[in-house]
Write a protein that binds this ligand. Structure first.
Ligand SMILES: C[S@@+](CC[C@H](N)C(=O)[O-])C[C@H]1O[C@@H](n2cnc3c(N)ncnc32)[C@H](O)[C@@H]1O
Length: 395
């Protein structure tokens, strides 16, 4: 066992079995733990990567054992972690059905208090080749605190802000790890920086210390250091830790660090679609004129811009869920406020308010492989903003 310690004081690396090396960490010194333990799913299954069929096996360390083995393994490291946390400290553990239920049982047996189970919904899951199951597109992340009674840190307002001004829910739509995160090499189960960014921001403050007992390529450490937090990482693999150190070296360059900070925070910067309902006659006139409108209010001051409006790229027009067509906006996120009279001058017959939001689009329909199912029976000019990735099959 070696101290792979990097030259960076805020990035401490321990190589070896975490069951041993965890014992070296001072008790009550850790503010948060993120753990991405083996899921025990490397059993010869197949998936798709870059259009090619690949084996899902990750390595010897991920080969499935008996349920008893998986239980004992998880219980042991979770037991070793608990005294390391400060009294108000919290722990996050990621997994799938292969391991996460065992983890939950162990947490409860060991006296942790479970706070949330986050569903990480991947916006870009590979297809399921067997066609015998629903496509696996989620991972679960349990968030628990050390103590039943001592309250934990939660940066509620930061999370709300990150979510466009509304309360953050326990379903997180975040893409899988991207190319810009793999410039130093690959780990087979690397987590996206965007996921760790959110976790670390949710439960720690600047200067806090975050521990990862299954650090791999040290994604937790990179996100922690980019957010001015300290990191301690353990992994049994020398090769993965070396990759982690190269990643740490990479962010010494201020321009790269800034780029990563910007990219990590872009979780909610997905393009959006304005889904707009209108009766058939109005929809056809909208298409003819390349104008779509929705109710704004009785005065210009009452206008409320829904989060996501500024990233609106398409409008989808439909009548009672039928005859859906996508159109591209002339300019992303731009709109105007028109009065009822102005709309009437353009041949429309608006009925609901004095002022309307108007977007202009290119009236040639965009080709989509599959049009979405829209269920809307309300005969009003209601609209909603939906992330573009919810519509599969856009060309
Ligand atoms: C799921 S991966 C973690 C990937 C990491 N989150 C990342 O973003 O790169 C699990 C890691 O745990 C390590 N590992 C498995 N069993 C271990 C043990 N008993 N002690 C220390 N590391 C272990 C493996 O080498 C592997 O890198």
């Amino acid at each position: 066992m070696q101290n792979r310690n990097s030259i960076y004081p805020d990035f401490r690396i321990l190589q070896g079995d975490c069951m041993e090396r965890l014992k070296e960490i001072e008790d009550n010194s850790i503010d948060a733990i993120f753990a991405d333990p083996p899921y025990f799913l490397s059993n010869g299954g197949i998936s798709v990567q870059s259009g090619k069929q690949v084996c899902v096996d990750k390595g010897e360390w991920d080969k499935g054992g008996t349920p008893e083995y998986i239980y004992e393994f998880n219980r042991k490291w979770l037991e070793l972690c608990r005294p390391k946390l400060k009294d108000n400290g919290t722990i996050w553990i990621s997994g799938t059905h292969h391991n996460i239920h065992m983890v939950m049982r162990c947490l409860q047996e060991l006296g942790y208090k479970v706070l949330n189970t986050i569903t990480w919904q991947k916006t870009d899951p590979p297809p399921n080749l067997s066609c015998k199951y629903f496509n696996f597109s989620t991972e679960l992340i349990i968030w628990a605190r050390k103590n039943q009674k001592v309250t934990h840190k939660f940066n509620y307002e930061t999370m709300k802000q990150l979510n466009g001004g509304t309360q953050m829910t326990d379903v997180w739509r975040i893409p899988s790890v991207s190319k810009w995160e793999k410039t130093c090499g690959k780990h087979p189960t690397q987590k996206p920086l965007r996921l760790l960014y959110r976790i670390i921001l949710a439960c720690t403050h600047e200067g806090d210390t975050i521990l990862d007992p299954f650090a791999g390529s040290c994604t937790t450490g990179i996100a922690a250091n980019l957010l001015n937090r300290k990191f301690i990482g353990i992994d049994q693999s020398e090769e993965y830790l070396q990759l982690g150190i190269r990643r740490r070296q990479e962010i010494e360059d201020e321009a790269t660090a800034d780029k990563f900070r910007r990219k990590m925070s872009e979780i909610n910067k997905e393009d959006t679609v304005l889904v707009n309902h209108a009766d058939k006659q109005t929809r056809l006139l909208m298409i003819e004129k390349g104008i779509c409108y929705l109710r704004a209010g009785e005065s210009k001051g009452s206008l409320q811009v829904t989060p996501g409006f500024e990233r609106m790229k398409y409008v989808l027009l439909h009548t009672n869920g039928d005859e859906c067509q996508f159109f591209r906006l002339d300019k992303v996120g731009t709109f105007q406020i028109w009065s009822k009279e102005t709309l009437e001058e353009h041949g429309f017959t608006p009925e609901h308010a004095k002022y309307y939001i108007v977007v202009r689009f290119n009236n040639i329909p965009e080709p989509f492989k599959h049009l979405p199912q829209i269920k809307q029976r309300l005969n009003t000019y209601r609209a909603k903003i939906v992330p573009l990735s919810e519509f599969i099959g856009i060309k």
